[in-house]
Design a protein around this ligand. Structure first.
Ligand code: SAM
Length: 222
């Protein structure tokens, strides 16, 4: 259910389902495979600042820090309930990861403060207007030449994938997921001002076609 004060849809729509999020995603979405692929394509270097946007239970956030211990990793989510789960998971590892509660379209960070922004399964939770605002704010917080790496629902590869995606649409809303079903995310990224926008991979899952994308902020870091 959309939280009217903060404008976010919880991971599985209803707060009481959040506890089941990790096992469901692990089972349904080949989570380990696509999140590892996303991290590989991000090419994170030692010392870089990385933001996991809409980090949820911090599975991707933890994977980044484990794979690149010399990077500075931050996870941000709009849902304080899921951040409690994320914080407990991080505490078990003892890894140094910052967690912030905030909105993707009103990021609580200074301009040009991240080298990489990664985001998994978050953008389809937003209305078109908030998706555009989010892409513009990501552009703001990235360094010139910094990169955005996204894993999210894309244009279904075939009729089976289109039918499977209906379940996500019922859960997360038809309005918020319409751009994903039409494969419009790359176009929205270009319109926001990103360059070198590409779809890099796609995965057939029981809930539809999951796509990986990359995009770069114009300019060169000085
Ligand atoms: C489906 S979950 C994905 C979580 C995690 N990234 C993953 O891959 O497992 C979507 C997450 O985005 C968060 N979210 C939705 N809208 C948001 C917004 N406008 N700003 C920040 N977080 C948001 C939700 O609270 C939820 O944790």
């Amino acid at each position: 259910m959309r939280n009217s004060a903060n404008e976010y849809i919880p991971a599985l729509k209803y707060n009481r389902l959040t506890a089941f999020y990790d096992p469901l995603i692990r089972w349904a979405l080949r989570e380990d495979t696509f999140k590892k692929r996303l991290i590989e394509q991000a090419g994170i270097q030692a010392g870089q600042h990385v933001l996991d946007l809409g980090c949820g239970t911090a599975t991707l956030t933890l994977l980044v820090k484990r794979n690149y211990p010399a990077s500075a990793v931050t996870g941000l989510d709009g849902d304080p309930n899921i951040l409690r789960i994320a914080a407990a998971k991080i505490a078990q590892t003892g890894l140094d990861i910052r967690l912030d509660c905030g909105m993707s379209f009103d990021l609580p960070y200074a301009s040009e403060s991240f080298d990489r922004v990664l985001s998994s399964l978050m953008l389809h939770h937003l209305t078109r207007a908030n998706r555009v605002r989010t892409l513009l704010d990501v552009l703001r917080v990235l360094q010139p030449g910094g990169e955005l790496h996204i894993a999210d629902w894309g244009k279904p590869q075939n009729a089976w994938m289109r039918a499977a995606f209906c379940l996500v649409q019922i859960l997360d809303g038809f309005e918020t997921t319409a751009d994903s079903a039409k494969g419009l995310l790359p176009e929205l990224m270009r319109e926001a001002g990103f360059e070198d926008v590409q779809q890099t991979d796609q995965f057939a899952t029981v809930l539809g076609t999951l796509c990986l994308y990359r995009a770069r902020k114009p300019g060169v870091k000085v």
